[in-house]
Ligand binder design. Structure first.
Ligand SMILES: O[C@H]1[C@H](O)[C@@H](O)[C@H](O)[C@@H](O)[C@H]1O
Ligand SMILES: [Fe+2]
Ligand SMILES: [Fe+2]
Length: 311
């Protein structure tokens, strides 16, 4: 079987039991895909070690069966009907009330089964992302965005149907599934694949309609986007980094650009600046949570005035 950063593992850990048998072969993942970051001047003074061969990130063809199985299920189940229902459920429920830091601690028991590149816990991944930005002197709002960007994975504990509607890359539903999405053939099992409208190039959308009017597959990005939009003072760039960070077919693959408006182009630049910190910090040293906590608690207070968040 193909190698995997996280194999074998206990995935369904909703009760917070100990996760067992995490393999520690993440050393082999110190790799950057130079073509993905070329042109991003925000990376000129990057914290990522240029000597490391980064081409091994996001190697889905070589990924283990866990990752492949995850995406098959996700691609078969993310339909328009499911997405409408998920948004409706979200709107009419408050799942929990807790601070950002408490959310980070709660999320710590989740191991992301879509991710071929890390076996670390989520709190460590969040701190790695934020710390890489801090080292590079990125603005405080961006450091905070790095710290919280995956907190939407909390959905897993609040009524998700599995991990397929929480983690993984995102794409559009309501129009044809783009070939630039990883494992594009797995969409053949999606009931919308041959739909008379959803199966067409533009589907229910029209060119130039703006990304705020398209439906991204439901998961941690969309969920946290709505929460931060309503309950933080973070700027539009931060909200875009949160909403689109898993939208690889768009920010890296170049798909769906026909739906963008002018504002979206500015947001795309912000997401591209964010993305390398999310991805390539996965090979950085494991952060010491307690040591970093005071700095980040202060940063959280700057942008979340109510402190206790409705999740
Ligand atoms: O496996 C990962 C993980 O779920 C990330 O949180 C998400 O943002 C990425 O797009 C995905 O590839
Ligand atoms: Fe994510
Ligand atoms: Fe992430």
């Amino acid at each position: 079987m193909a190698p995997c950063a996280l194999d074998p593992v206990v995935y369904d850990d909703r009760d917070g039991q100990a996760l067992e048998n995490l393999s520690d072969d993440i050393d082999s993942i110190n790799v950057i895909r130079a073509d993905m970051i070329r042109g991003s001047d925000l990376l000129e003074k990057s914290a990522f070690d240029a000597e490391k061969d980064k081409t091994q990130f996001r190697q889905y063809e070589d990924a283990c069966d866990r990752v492949k199985g995850f995406y098959r299920e996700q691609h078969e189940k993310q339909t328009v009907a499911y997405n409408l229902k998920a948004r409706n459920d979200f709107k009419f429920k408050t799942r929990a009330e807790m601070t950002i830091w408490e959310a980070m601690e709660k999320l710590n028991t989740l191991i992301d089964e879509s991710d071929p590149d890390t076996s670390l816990s989520q709190i460590e991944h969040l701190l790695q992302t934020a710390e890489a930005m801090r080292r590079d002197g990125k603005p405080r709002f961006m450091q905070l965005t790095g710290l919280i960007h995956d907190l939407g994975k909390l959905l897993f504990f609040y009524g998700a149907e599995g991990q397929w509607d929480v983690v993984g890359d995102t794409f559009l539903v309501g129009c044809a599934f783009d070939k630039r999405i990883i494992y594009p053939d797995t969409f053949k099992g999606n009931p919308d694949y041959n739909h008379e409208i959803y199966g067409t190039k533009h589907g229910i959308y029209s060119p130039g309609c703006g990304m705020e009017n398209v439906m991204l597959s439901w998961g941690h990005d969309e969920y946290l986007y709505h929460i931060t939009k309503d309950q933080s003072t973070l700027p539009d760039e931060a909200l875009a980094m949160i909403r689109y960070h898993s939208f690889y077919p768009w920010h890296t693959g170049g798909a769906y650009h026909e739906f963008m408006n002018e504002h979206d182009h500015a947001m795309l630049a912000a997401v591209k600046a964010f993305n390398p910190y999310d991805l390539y910090s996965k090979s950085d040293d494991v952060p010491t949570v307690e040591q970093l906590k005071p700095y980040y608690l202060e940063l959280i207070d700057e942008y979340f005035p109510t402190r206790v968040i409705r999740w």
